[in-house]
Design a protein around this ligand. Structure first.
Ligand code: FAD
Length: 522
């Protein structure tokens, strides 16, 4: 039987390596590619304007690629469980395909939609392609639990073997018998909304540094892969949080939205490695993709992964409630230029380097402000182009030493850390131009500059730029003691491994270890 099929694009906003789309095209006479603006995911409290712009870019690019296959994208607004029964009837649908998604909301949404589809006599086909591996299989191989260390995770992967090879995008030849019936008013009724349609004031938008879409993703991948030597030597801790142009690939927004298949990324890197000496996980590019898989497995196997309470791997900490501190951090007015420059870059551009994320996340939580990591997670989710449920939750737990990483006594200094890779403070000058006339000696600590220096720089601390909201040397010591108590309580409450109980040094190197090693070399 030839099918009338809906392919439901959610993540996976691409044609290459899209097995669910290929399944839709099999025995298909009519194809309806659909994207649903689900208010649970896409609303203006969860998604900031930069990420909206990125999403719209992805959808436009997808529509453009579909047109080349004589098809179009239908953008529908509403809750999936309300939208689908109407579409099933309107288009007389017989098959629904989509990419498997392991986030808790997605799993329950897909269960509901699958039940509705079956009630309407619609066959449902889903495929795994958002992650390199099948997360359920990893958990199964680890006796039903998410691996809690990277090493354990890699051991499990060895039993699973190499990832599948990506599949090519469908060709016009493969789709020649497939039609997408469209009305003349397609753009008006089912087209892609503009930012204005979505209620955004676009006058404040900055330059679009990372446009959304599969074409841009593949171009960016090619550009990175072409630097073969760089790919082979890539070691994450050696990249810089504050270089003026990104020192890592910035493929994360594309992988998050699925404009780029993680498997394609993996195999392209593999091709570069062939016959050459190259870096290894956890620091290599393959290693970075494995971190992504690691956190995805954790997100599947650990209940309440995006919360402190009810999350069995998360240390329970008596975080403070301090809306003023939180707002100062979010709005880049902590008075600590390195932190404020990073938060400004995040607000303006929607992407910051991994170690910059380390610096501001540590500062917000265990380092200085003693605010619950869940608050930071929400701010990141809103501002990051690559905002990803599992990666965001996992990394925030790591940085706040709540899970995965337990050396809470290792705290990033908001002054010294940035200096390691940018003595002159050029990054600070770029994002906080107000401070650009400060001499290098004071750029990280403008409050220490004599009044005459502040006057000459045209910026008086306390008037034009805030005084630091905390004294790092004092507060960080106090916070280490508070963290020590949280760990002591944790080990009293449960029988845990001795290393977690006391936060003692692990054998595996931390990023801080590696940075310190780098320092010694220089
Ligand atoms: P590259 O170094 O070029 O790495 C290649 C790819 O590997 C990335 O695109 C990404 O898909 C993956 N990757 C790299 N580092 C990590 C990591 N530590 N954990 C998991 N996957 C990784 N990343 C997100 O994609 N979404 C998030 O919401 C997110 N939130 C974070 C929150 C905090 C507090 C921290 C410390 C990190 C967070 N990260 C998140 C992880 C990491 O910072 C970004 O993936 C990375 O900086 C993206 O830049 P890139 O593409 O240049 O990375």
């Amino acid at each position: 039987m030839a099918h009338t099929c809906i392919h439901w694009f959610r993540k996976g906003l691409r044609l290459h390596d899209n097995p669910a789309l290929m399944a839709a095209l099999r025995d298909c006479k009519e194809l309806y590619p659909v994207f649903i603006l689900d208010p649970y995911i896409y609303n203006n409290t969860l998604v900031g304007i930069n990420r909206w712009r990125f999403l719209i870019g992805c959808l436009k690019d997808l529509d453009c690629s579909l047109r080349k296959l004589n098809s179009r994208l239908f953008v529908v607004r509403g809750k999936p469980e309300e939208v689908f029964p109407k579409l099933f009837e309107k288009w007389k649908v017989t098959k629904l395909t989509y990419e498997y998604d392991t986030e808790p909301y997605s799993l329950s949404r897909d269960k509901t939609v699958t039940t509705l589809a079956k009630e309407h006599g619609v066959e449902v086909v889903y495929k795994i392609s958002h992650t390199i591996h099948d997360m359920d299989r990893i958990i199964e191989e680890n006796n039903g639990k998410a691996p809690l260390t990277y090493n354990r995770f890699r051991t499990i992967l060895k039993t699973i073997g190499n990832p599948k090879k990506p599949i090519p995008a469908p060709t016009i030849e493969e789709t020649k018998d497939v039609k997408t019936p469209c009305s003349e008013n397609h753009d008006k009724n089912d087209g892609i909304p503009t930012l204005e349609d979505l209620g955004h004031d676009t006058t404040t938008l900055g330059e679009e540094k990372f446009p959304g879409g599969e074409q841009e993703a593949l171009r960016r991948l090619d550009e990175n892969i072409a630097r073969k030597d760089w790919v082979c030597k890539f070691e994450k801790p050696q990249t810089s949080p504050n270089s003026l142009s990104p020192s890592t690939t910035v493929l994360s927004p594309y992988v998050t939205f699925g404009c780029l298949s993680a498997r394609t990324f993996w195999w392209r890197v593999t091709e570069v490695y062939q016959g050459k000496k190259h870096s290894e996980p956890p620091v290599s590019l393959h290693g970075q993709l494995l971190w992504r898989e690691f956190y995805y497995a954790a997100g599947v196997g650990i209940p309440n992964f995006d919360k402190m309470e009810g999350n069995p791997v998360c240390t329970q900490v008596d975080w403070d409630t301090n809306p003023e501190y939180l707002a100062a951090w979010r709005e880049a007015r902590t008075g600590l230029p390195f932190i404020d420059a990073i938060m400004t870059q995040l607000r303006q551009e929607g992407w910051i380097h991994h170690l910059a994320r380390h610096a501001v996340a540590c500062f917000l939580t265990r380092g200085d402000l003693w605010i619950n990591w869940e608050k930071g997670q929400k701010v990141f989710e809103y501002l990051l182009l690559d905002g990803d449920w599992a990666l965001n939750a996992g990394n925030w737990q790591w940085l706040s030493a709540s899970a995965f990483f337990h050396q809470y006594f290792r705290v990033y200094s908001p002054v010294a850390f940035g200096k390691k890779t940018d003595k002159n403070g050029d990054y600070i000058k770029k994002y906080l131009p107000l401070l650009k006339k400060f001499p290098a000696q004071y750029i990280y600590e403008p409050w220490k500059a004599p009044r005459s220096v502040q006057q000459a720089a045209g910026c008086i601390v306390g008037k034009d730029y805030p005084q630091p909201i905390v004294q790092h040397e004092v507060i960080s010591k106090k916070n280490i003691q508070r963290m020590k108590l949280a760990y002591a309580k944790r080990s009293a409450d449960s029988a845990e491994s001795p290393s977690k109980k006391q936060g003692v040094k692990r054998k595996a190197k931390s990023v801080i270890d590696m940075l310190q090693k780098k320092d010694k070399k220089e």
